[in-house]
Design a protein around this ligand. Sequence first.
Ligand SMILES: CCCCCC/C=C\CCCCCCCCCC(=O)SCCNC(=O)CCNC(=O)[C@H](O)C(C)(C)COP(=O)(O)OP(=O)(O)OC[C@H]1O[C@@H](n2cnc3c(N)ncnc32)[C@H](O)[C@@H]1OP(=O)(O)O
Ligand SMILES: CCCCCCCC/C=C\CCCCCCCC(=O)OC[C@@H](O)COP(=O)(O)O
Length: 267
Amino acid sequence: MELGWLLWGAAVLLLLPVLMELSPAVNFALRIGFYYLLFFVCSALTAPVCLLVNGGRTVKNMRIIKTVVKTFKYFFGLRFEVKGLENFEVEGPAIIVSNHQSILDMMGLMEVLPDNCVQVGKKELMYAGTVGLIIYLGGVIFINRKSTSSAKMVMAEVAKTMATDNVKVWVYPEGTRNCTGDLLPFKKGAFHVAVQAQVPVIPVVYSSFTTFYNPKKNLFTSGKIKVEVLPPIETKGLTSDDVSELTDRCYRTMRATLFRLSGRPGE
Ligand SMILES: CCCCCC/C=C\CCCCCCCCCC(=O)SCCNC(=O)CCNC(=O)[C@H](O)C(C)(C)COP(=O)(O)OP(=O)(O)OC[C@H]1O[C@@H](n2cnc3c(N)ncnc32)[C@H](O)[C@@H]1OP(=O)(O)O
Ligand SMILES: CCCCCCCC/C=C\CCCCCCCC(=O)OC[C@@H](O)COP(=O)(O)O
């Protein structure tokens, strides 16, 4: 019996490189599966550490999570070229907005995440096993995208507490992953919160993943991701009437930066 398993294991190990070469689908499945496995296992191992070190749900756990997630890029041959980190150095809280292409964004997020910064995530993530637990412990704010009213209430609460808690809040204004190399229209919630809290909006742009990552084409290879933190956009003195213009301004700036970083001619 043992010999059988041994032979089977040796065959898989010998065949794996051939399979990966022959079939992009196998390569993609193995790499993305390994990414999920890393999430799952590292979350399970990190959760007790967070509880021991910080006692429960607190943004301080993001430091521990960040330390772990920053190692993931080495497994996939991904490199980050970061510019503008000094733009995070604003006094007090801020709303950070960035484009969102894939679950690989979690590596990019942790590559530049400033201290005391939580994220807004869809509430379904709470149920993603050990990952749900670790992001809960990290202070992630969960919203129900399907209920604008409840999401607005949660965001209004964020606007109130972010000043007292002195936290930055990272929002993906496209509201979903989008790996087309362009931006989806922006949801306005992040900008309402910024105006309600009278805090700056700091745009962050990641270059397009399409050169090394495309699930539809089973493409997932190594690659370089350019990240640019743009100058803060002040909201002092703005009101809810200014939110649409603020959203559009941010969208245009980020889209132009995305095209520049991705080497795509602007429109
Ligand atoms: C150790 C190993 C660990 C390994 C694993 C861990 C790895 C990393 C850990 C940390 C990372 C975890 C973080 C996970 C990130 C996950 C990211 C996501 O889940 S993206 C999806 C969720 N995010 C969003 O949806 C973006 C935020 N959405 C919004 O802000 C939306 O605006 C809304 C949900 C509040 C409403 O959306 P919707 O109704 O679809 O559309 P809108 O046009 O935006 O709004 C409709 C009208 O409502 C007005 N509005 C919106 N928000 C507000 C508000 N807050 N106050 C007042 N009014 C608001 C808006 O203006 C529209 O009205 P109109 O008249 O048309 O202007
Ligand atoms: C033995 C292996 C077991 C594996 C079992 C899987 C258990 C859970 C493991 C990993 C869960 C992955 C969660 C990754 C969260 C990354 C955040 C993210 O990118 O979420 C997507 C969200 O932004 C938008 O979602 P949609 O694009 O609207 O949809």
